[in-house]
Every structure is written in structure tokens, then in C-alpha cells.
Design a protein around this ligand. Structure first.
Ligand code: UTP
Length: 300
């Protein structure tokens, strides 16, 4: 079985739910505590043993490439000032030369199309796909757990979580088959089913290990929901010839593409950090007691 060495990060979306911020800043560069959202996802990939990072970027996303490069002037200044702690931090986060690649999705035609844009960089091997606006909090990362499951099962592995059974219309939902190792066999996938028609309440939550055959399917994939080329439609076709397994992630997931999820992520990761936890805890307690909704903003 081929090892999962490469990870794809599709970062070409428009981030319309986060306007006006995303006019000038990619949503993947918004900051959770003291680092951009994308850094959390890259850390999760590295923890899982990923050796090569592939970013599918788009217009106005150049700052992501800059972020993963060495900032020569900054490093020089920190050296002059003997800021060793800061230098060590930057060094620990720096991808080694040649281990990060960037390709452009020229128009945001959908997630399936963004993944297809990475085909030449991935080549003919299984790869991980991480949606960078979903960040996860767990003692051991979701992708690392998925790689463990993949090493038992082969095939394709998708992270799933449980939603309120009445909210299935918001998600891609999978059917649950027999248990396999730390996961289960997926018996089907449905995009945004009504609660009565949903095969379960397990939704696809943003991490995938996929076989390279997905690329030839995506090449001819027609537009689906939202007039976009959908990854789920491609996976459904692949499921006709390959096995899919669900890894049930039970840590915390935050959708940083939404305002509420992004704020929750900031609070949760601040509370996770021993250096700032106590102060943040006290401050939030006080804010909860004293801040009232602003009437002049209610109409916006
Ligand atoms: P989303 O639909 O959540 O991102 O796609 P979006 O389109 O940027 O967000 P809104 O709805 O307008 O606020 C999930 C992931 O897939 C990427 C996005 O960057 C995001 O990380 N994506 C989506 C692409 O790279 N290309 C696309 O054409 C669509």
C-alpha cells in the first residue's frame, strides 16, 4: 500500500461569508489567537506524517505563498535583536525547501474543480485533502487518526461527525455500514438530504484520504449543486469501484468560514493555550455579564 505523503489544501474560494474582510485578506489568513487559520490545518497535516504541501490558490491569495516563505528581512532583524524564541518559532513552522507547491485555480468553479487542479502535483498516489476553513481541536489530530485507519483498510477514508438529525439538509451525509477498525464502511453518500431521506446523521466534515483515480472522474465532472463542480459528486462515482470508510472524529471542529465558527475557534484555542487561558476565561466571563446587543447594529 502506498503511503499518504502529499496533502492538498484548496484555498481558492471567494470567502463571501466573510466580506468585507475577504476583499483584501484570504479567509485562510484570518487569525485564530496568534496564527492564521491555514497554519492549524498545515500543523494537522504534518502531525499525520505529510511530507509535501500542495496549495490550490487563486487571485488575491499571494499572501498565503508569502506566509510559507522565509521573510529574510524579518529574520535578519530578529537575529540582530537576539530574539531567539521568535526565531525558533518561525523556524519550527517553516516548510523545508521544496516541500510546498502552489498551483492556481483560475476561476472558483467549485471544490471538485480545485482538487482536480492539483492532479499533476499529486501524481498517481493516494493523497490527503484538508479543507482549510475547518479547523479541529483534539489531543491527536483528525488526519493522523485517518492515516492509521487507512493503513488498516486502504481505499478512501473520509472524516465524519454527527449532526442534529433535523439538520441533514446542510451537509453531505453518508450511510453507515459495518464497523472496520476505528471507522466504518460507508454505504452511500447523499448531498444535503431532507431528514426523512437521510441514511444517517453522519456528515462529511472536511478531511479526506483519496485515491488518485478521483482526478480522471473530476476531469469530466459536470456542475452540480450551487452550479459548482462538486467533490461529493466525484466521490459518489468513485464509490462504484472503490471502498470508502468513515472515520468518526469526536474532537471539536470549527467552521472558520462562518463568523460564529471563527469566533468559537478563537475562544476555544485561547482556552486551550496554558499561557493565556486564565485571563481569557475571566475576561469572557465578565463580557458575558456586561455586554448588551447594540441597537444601532440590529438593523444591519
Ligand atoms: P467553501 O464553499 O466553504 O468556501 O469551500 P468559499 O466558497 O470560499 O466560501 P463562501 O461560501 O463564499 O463564504 C470550501 C473550501 O474549498 C475552497 C475554499 O477556499 C474553501 O477552503 N474552494 C471552494 C476552492 O478552493 N475553490 C472553489 O472553487 C471553491
Amino acid at each position: 500500500m502506498k503511503k499518504v505523503r502529499k496533502a492538498v489544501f484548496p484555498v481558492a474560494g471567494l470567502g463571501t461569508r466573510f466580506l468585507p474582510a475577504t476583499k483584501a485578506i484570504p479567509k485562510e489568513m484570518l487569525t485564530v489567537v496568534d496564527r492564521p487559520v491555514i497554519q492549524y490545518v498545515v500543523d494537522e497535516a504534518r502531525e499525520a506524517g505529510i511530507e509535501h504541501l500542495i496549495f490550490v490558490t487563486g487571485r488575491n491569495k499571494g499572501v498565503i505563498e508569502d506566509y510559507f516563505d522565509i521573510q529574510v528581512e524579518l529574520v535578519g532583524t530578529l537575529q540582530e535583536r537576539n530574539k531567539q524564541k521568535e526565531l525558533d518559532l518561525l523556524d519550527s513552522l517553516q516548510p523545508r525547501p521544496g516541500t510546498a507547491s502552489f498551483t492556481r485555480q483560475q476561476a472558483p468553479l467549485g471544490l471538485g474543480h480545485a482538487v482536480w487542479c492539483a492532479r499533476d502535483l499529486v501524481g498517481g498516489e493516494p493523497f490527503a485533502l484538508l479543507l482549510p476553513d475547518m479547523i479541529m481541536q483534539a489531543e491527536r489530530g483528525c488526519l493522523a487518526r485517518m492515516v492509521e485507519l487507512y493503513e488498516q483498510t486502504g481505499g478512501n477514508v473520509i472524516s465524519v461527525e454527527q449532526c442534529d438529525p433535523q439538520s441533514t439538509e446542510k451537509y453531505g451525509i453518508v450511510g453507515r455500514g459495518e464497523d472496520v477498525g476505528t471507522g466504518f464502511h460507508i454505504t452511500g453518500m447523499v448531498e444535503k438530504p431532507k431528514p426523512a431521506e437521510a441514511p444517517s446523521n453522519f456528515y462529511i466534515s472536511g478531511r479526506y484520504i483519496l485515491q488518485p483515480e478521483i482526478f480522471s472522474i473530476l476531469e469530466t465532472q459536470e456542475k452540480g449543486a450551487g452550479n459548482e463542480i462538486q467533490l461529493t459528486d466525484g466521490m459518489l462515482k468513485l464509490a462504484a469501484s472503490q471502498e470508502f470508510y468513515g472515520y468518526h472524529f469526536t474532537g471539536r471542529t470549527f467552521d472558520c468560514g462562518s463568523k460564529e465558527g471563527f469566533i468559537q475557534a478563537n475562544v476555544a484555542f485561547a482556552l486551550w493555550r496554558p499561557d493565556i487561558r486564565n485571563r481569557v476565561f475571566d475576561d469572557i466571563g465578565e463580557l458575558l455579564q456586561t455586554v448588551e446587543p447594540a441597537e444601532q447594529l440590529a438593523a444591519q
